[in-house]
Design a protein around this ligand. Sequence first.
Ligand code: KE4
Length: 405
Amino acid sequence: MTVAADLFPGGVNSPVRAYRAVGGEPPVLVRGEGAFVWNDAGRRYIDYVGAFGPLLLGHANRSVVEAIKNAAEAGGSFGVTGPGEVRLAQLIKTRMPSIERIRFVNSGTEAAMSALRVARAATRRDLIVKFEGGYHGHADSLLVEAGSGAATLSIPGSAGVAPSVAAQTLVATYNDLDSVAALLDSHRNNVAAVIVEPVAANMGVVAPVSGFLQGLRDLTERAGALLIFDEVITGFRVAPGGAQELYGVRPDLTVLGKIIGGGLPVGAYGGRADLMDLVAPSGPVYQAGTLSGHPVVMAAGEATLAQLTPDIYAKIESQAARLESGVRVAGACVVRVGSLLTLFFRGRPPRNFREAKSSDTKAFARFFHSMLEAGVLLPPSQFEAWFVSASHDGSVIDSTLEALR
Ligand code: KE4
């Protein structure tokens, strides 16, 4: 959109939307319903972007829309805790028992940066360990060889991040416990936390090898550091209780976003009560937000989680499995965890970001455009996940496989 180019940097409000990694002009999308989106010329696409993760039920889910309307008509944010915040927090706690206390914020970025602040306060240590290719939003200390947008744009870290801040973040290799142990040993007693996407989804979908997550749990315990699971993407997607349920590993703190807001701006961080009680006004860690816990957002999140029944998860799992088994593309391999899927243009599934980066991104770009031509909208980057929703039913999967032929 030319007018957008005059208004927003790169014509977008988030870099990945500019299609720099795949080339061409992004479509102008004006409507979404279920598994479909329509452009301004009325052309319909099957949508695997799903707003990059929040829309596990698909676009314009009737009861989510109804809940938003009712909450909006009841008035906006009142500047005090409301019943909607309580109900959504209870739904989250029930499904993620590691979350004894929670704080709602307005984005995954805010949630991740706040969780790190709690970890530093709790341990009185300064350093953080993250993983190359892991993306946790754009807070300064986390934009150190980030994945997702930065990886797509091949910007290691970011301009504007002070070297002194970046120096507080150590970078390990995903699926490589030795790289974590080495950092913990060489910075003994000064690592506050290890933050990890339990299923990496910002280098494309890279699954944790067996024992990796439990290994992080053991290493952090031994080092007196906290383990933070960034479940902004995996939370309530890869299992009813997220990756921590799927892999049976209990983090000290969890970062959430996307699905818990039902498509509206949201984030949350939570975990052990003794840690979260450090957060103001209970404790000395300051964090605040004008619209945190907004009733309309809480209503959308509650209406979403309330629909996530075992049947829905079983349905999404079977559809995503059908898609996985039907995808046969020369020179590419599929990685799937639940309803997260990536087609890597390389011979074998990557185990870390360095291997993911060796994918043939030009081949991906050609594939992306051929699918767009065929009416299937994929995330515009080799380093993003395809999001299958409950609305991607049998006929949608069939049409997708048809387009792949
Ligand atoms: P937000 O600040 O964008 O709400 O969340 C940041 C974030 C944190 N943690 C994980 C694991 C994430 O994937 C994200 C954001 N995800 C990207 C998609 N890979 C958002 C898309 C975009 O940047 O436009």
